[in-house]
Write a new protein. Structure first.
Length: 181
């Protein structure tokens, strides 16, 4: 009897999840919160973040959206704004998100930013700085909290595509809330 109930609940859950990721639906991702100030400092955030360290405040706000072009696969676009004490970034992101088995979000994207020139603390004025560009890969788990909302903890890898900005790659843990329409 327990196996029958578990099977029934699993089938119901799978049917409910797949209805949200069907072709023609939209997703809106907000609250993509990275842990650690390194992500914010690198200008690749399209989520929400606020850090204050040693008198320096780091703030980021943004969102991502997408359209399911086929079942379980969406094309995505994101925008973000990051304010640091010494510069600002206007971030953009585009890519693809696929829900394997309806509950394992896999994402591949390109994230770039337009970087405002940084203040020159030693000579006054500003210093021209290169713009960041990243190739991002992420995977996680979609826990559906209701009919149209999921909580998605993810692990993300960002590989720098602009060595003039940085040659360091970033691994980050993110917590995303996704609304499906």
């Amino acid at each position: 009897m327990k196996k029958l109930i578990l099977l029934t609940l699993s089938l119901f859950f799978a049917m409910t999840v797949s209805a949200q990721t069907e072709k023609g639906n939209w997703l809106f991702e907000v609250g993509s919160t990275p842990f650690g100030e390194n992500t914010i400092m690198q200008g690749n955030s399209t989520g929400l973040a606020l850090f204050s360290t040693d008198g320096t405040t780091l703030f980021s706000i943004g969102a991502e959206g997408g359209y399911f072009v086929q079942d379980n696969t969406a094309l995505k676009f994101g925008l973000g704004y990051t304010d640091l004490d010494f510069t600002t970034f206007f971030t953009y992101k585009f890519g693809m998100k696929h829900y394997a088995n309806g509950v394992v979000p896999l994402q591949l994207d390109i994230t770039g930013a337009v970087n405002e020139d940084q203040e020159d603390f030693f000579g006054g004025g500003t210093v021209e700085t290169p713009d960041p560009l990243w190739l991002g890969l992420q995977a996680g788990y979609a826990a559906f909290l209701g009919e149209n909302i999921s909580f998605e903890p993810t692990l993300r890898y960002n590989m720098s595509l602009n060595d003039d900005f940085t040659d360091e790659d970033i691994i980050e843990l993110r917590f995303n809330f996704v609304v499906f329409f």
